[in-house]
Design a protein around this ligand. Structure first.
Ligand code: ADP
Length: 199
């Protein structure tokens, strides 16, 4: 198994790069944002609870997203690897993910951290809000709250993985293709290393 975390603030391009990476490497895409939005569409109790937080630009409680990821891991036993997008977003989520992956006798191979300036993030998200239908992308106040949550609670997650030497920072302001090429090269290097250790 080859598991990747795509990390970065809201609007840093995680979703765009995820789409490219899953089709190239046959990974299962697990986006907690997408999973939560589909619960909201289905109006499940989980979705109704999550919406209260998402509409304010706040993180959804850890136990809710950890439960969702745990279910997703169990329902995809065939996956050759997972691409985590928007998860983990707190230290508690990172610890829970490690435990869940250990149970599956696997781990995170690498975390890619996309770095984008705050001005650029706000511009991109307001722009996306004009067509995405996402209510959290329409108001600059909600966008600023999300970035604040990222600074306070999510950024420290990179330090968690740094301890294990798993973090690679990338400037997230080049073209989509440039960033994709960079990510692909790093993945190839690591896949070779994993294969070499196995054989
Ligand atoms: P973005 O990266 O643009 O913020 P996402 O789709 O990843 O978009 O997340 C949208 C919202 O869903 C977040 O603002 C947050 O409220 C909630 N959310 C998504 N993933 C998590 C998570 N791992 N932990 C807590 N809340 C989450």
């Amino acid at each position: 198994m080859f598991n990747i975390i795509l990390f970065g603030p809201p609007g840093s391009g995680k979703g765009t790069q995820s789409a490219n990476l899953i089709s190239k490497y046959g990974l299962k895409h697990l986006s907690t944002g997408d999973l939560l939005r589909s619960e909201i569409t289905l109006q499940t109790p989980l979705g109704i609870e999550a919406k209260n937080f998402m509409d304010k630009g706040q993180l959804v409680p850890d136990e809710v997203v950890i439960g969702m990821i745990s279910t997703a891991l169990e329902t995809n036993p065939e996956a050759q690897g997972f691409l985590f997008d928007g998860f983990p977003r707190t230290d508690a989520q990172a610890e829970a993910l490690d435990k869940l992956l250990t149970l599956k006798k696997t781990s995170i191979a690498v975390m890619f951290a996309l770095d984008v300036s705050e001005d650029e993030l706000i511009k991109r998200l307001l722009n996306r809000g004009q067509s995405s239908g996402r209510s959290d992308d329409v108001s600059e106040n909600i966008i600023r709250s999300r970035i604040q949550e990222y600074e306070n609670k999510t950024k420290p997650v990179a330090d968690y993985y740094k301890r294990f030497n798993k973090v690679i920072h990338i400037k997230g302001e080049g073209t989509v293709n440039e960033i994709f090429e960079f990510l692909s090269n790093e993945i190839e290097k690591r896949k070779e290393k994993i294969q070499a250790t196995v054989s």
